[in-house]
Design a protein around this ligand. Structure first.
Ligand SMILES: N[C@H](CCC[C@H](N)C(=O)O)C(=O)O
Length: 287
């Protein structure tokens, strides 16, 4: 079939966005992987699929596929591209929409200045629900958070890193580093992503504290590798920092691809993600 798509990004986290309301989409994981391939396909971190929702309280359904072809629960930067896409394509006459995802309902809103704010829902903080296996593991309490020791096998040596575990519908393991530019993201990112204590694998966040309302962040994403920004990873890092007593809401987050802003008022409350979304080009591909 000839597939129409729109190439977009949110702070450098890039997407192939597909209207599945006006196109019949039924791809295999191999076809999603092909679309995400930067040499043989279009190339993107994730593929985002726009569908009509069957829920009466939702305007759209939002499906997300990582570039490894796997479908995942949530994508924060993608939710901003999603609302820009449906407004620009005339699929809605509203600028604030409710979107059904595998992880629940989110509410992105297109602001008059072109920025987008998303109610990402409340973080899930019970390790077992992240999911993270705590059997025979002793955590270290810090503030309202618990830091969990992860043992990593590095070229025959063992290294232990302390991580906070947070779910934004998708799983995150966040650690503090002194300098994100020298953090061993490429080396330890895959080891954390595939650590056996994360039965659904995990996104690995590396957070540097600038001050109580400003961090720098790099994320080695599950199913992708390092991306220039990770929206849910940004939410998870700020939630972890606030629970550790190290950050105060709102927090400015410098990702490699741009700046995001997070507001969170505490347990049980939603995390608000604000940032950009850019349409790069329209395309077609035979698939
Ligand atoms: N790689 C993530 C999905 C995309 C998340 C990220 N691109 C975002 O903006 O939240 C996962 O496997 O959970």
């Amino acid at each position: 079939m000839k597939l129409k798509f729109t190439k977009m990004h949110g702070a450098g986290n890039d997407f192939v966005v597909i209207d599945a309301i006006n196109q019949k989409i039924d791809f295999t994981p191999a076809q999603w992987k092909h679309l995400g391939d930067r040499r043989f396909g279009v190339g993107a971190d994730q593929m985002l699929v726009v569908e009509k929702s069957t829920r009466p309280d939702c305007d759209f359904r939002y499906r997300i596929f990582n570039s490894d072809g796997g479908e995942v629960e949530q994508c924060g930067n993608g939710s901003r591209a999603f609302v820009k896409f449906v407004v620009e394509k005339g699929l809605t006459d509203r600028k604030s929409i409710s979107v059904e995802t595998m992880a629940g309902v989110i509410a992105p809103r297109l602001e008059d200045d072109g920025s987008i704010t998303v109610d990402m829902g409340a973080p899930i903080l019970e390790p077992e629900q992240v999911p993270f296996d705590t059997e025979n593991l002793t955590g270290v309490k810090e503030g309202r958070d618990t830091l969990w020791p992860l043992t990593l096998e590095l070229a025959g040596d063992k290294e232990t890193v302390l991580v906070s575990v947070v779910s934004m519908g998708n799983p995150h393991a966040v650690q503090i580093v002194s300098d994100v530019d020298t953090a061993p993201v490429e080396l330890t990112g895959p080891l954390i992503e595939n650590h056996p204590r994360f039965p659904r694998r995990v996104n690995a966040g590396f957070m540097q504290l600038v001050n109580r309302q400003h961090i720098r962040l790099r994320v080695f994403e599950r199913g992708v590798g390092e991306t220039l920004a990770c929206g849910t990873g940004t939410c998870a890092a700020v939630v972890a920092g606030i629970r550790r007593g190290l950050l105060d809401s709102p927090v400015k987050v410098d990702a490699r691809g741009g700046q995001l802003s997070i507001t969170w008022e505490g347990e049980g409350k939603p995390v608000w993600l604000t940032g950009p979304a850019v349409t790069v080009y329209e395309g077609e591909i035979e698939i």
